[in-house]
Design a protein around this ligand. Sequence first.
Ligand SMILES: [Fe+2]
Length: 294
Amino acid sequence: MHPFTDYYKNSYSTATSFEEMFDASIFYLNTSGTKHWNDIFYKALQRFLCAKDIVNSAEVDLKYLHENVDSKYFTFNTLGEQNNSRPIISDVGFDFLKFENDLYLKFMKWIRLNVIKENFYFQKTPTIRFHIPGVQRKLTLPAWHSDSFLGHSPKEINFWFGLTDNKYSDFWVHNLEDSRQWFSEYNYDIEVWKDKCFSEDKEFMSRGFDKSFEVKDIYNNIAIFDSRCIHAANYRSIRDFTTKITMDLRIILVKDFEWLVIDGTPVFKGDGIKRAEFRPGSEFGYDARTVEEL
Ligand SMILES: [Fe+2]
């Protein structure tokens, strides 16, 4: 039995700040009638890709990035364990977010003022993902998970949104009730869960699709959800043969933050390539400052 199993069992049965705040599993923040962050990041990315000579015009429709960029950017430079591999274009995305850090901080302050209305820690650098149609299927997708299975705190709040205006998101989320039910069937043991997930078990994969819903209109909304909700992205396919570019990040209320060690092992340590520690000031974790300290 995994040493954190009891911890997960408790975390999945108690209410989080997200549930208290939103009384839902997922909340869609419509941005089209307010500050359109999706479009602000989209245009910033267009300018960045052009300045770096990755595309030849700042007008390139990024939904068709796959037709406008050297295919070398879509190859995989490393193949880590359990889907810890990203195409080279991801490194460009990481550089973009470092370059646009001030914009990101403005976004976090806006979220504090308009949505969360409480002090929080936030991921130091968000993640930008490029989903290109027609690529070699090197990863196990969908990889059903909650971020808490990957070292994030179950008390975090997830933010997920599109920069591109795609017809389909290929991003599927379970509500909290079903996430609780499904994880309980694995006795809250993340190792048993992951073994099943990465065995490419057909029944497991389709069970996920049966109970989840696909996030819609990703360019005009920010999906904000309880971190315990099980979710997964799928490959782009012929039903929408476009490049999808998304951003995701996590925050945690200051009152919810803790640094937990069980049997000598930190619970909130990522199992990705970077072994991120999800605490303030850690290189790949949260910014050292709370949002109110910006
Ligand atoms: Fe995730």
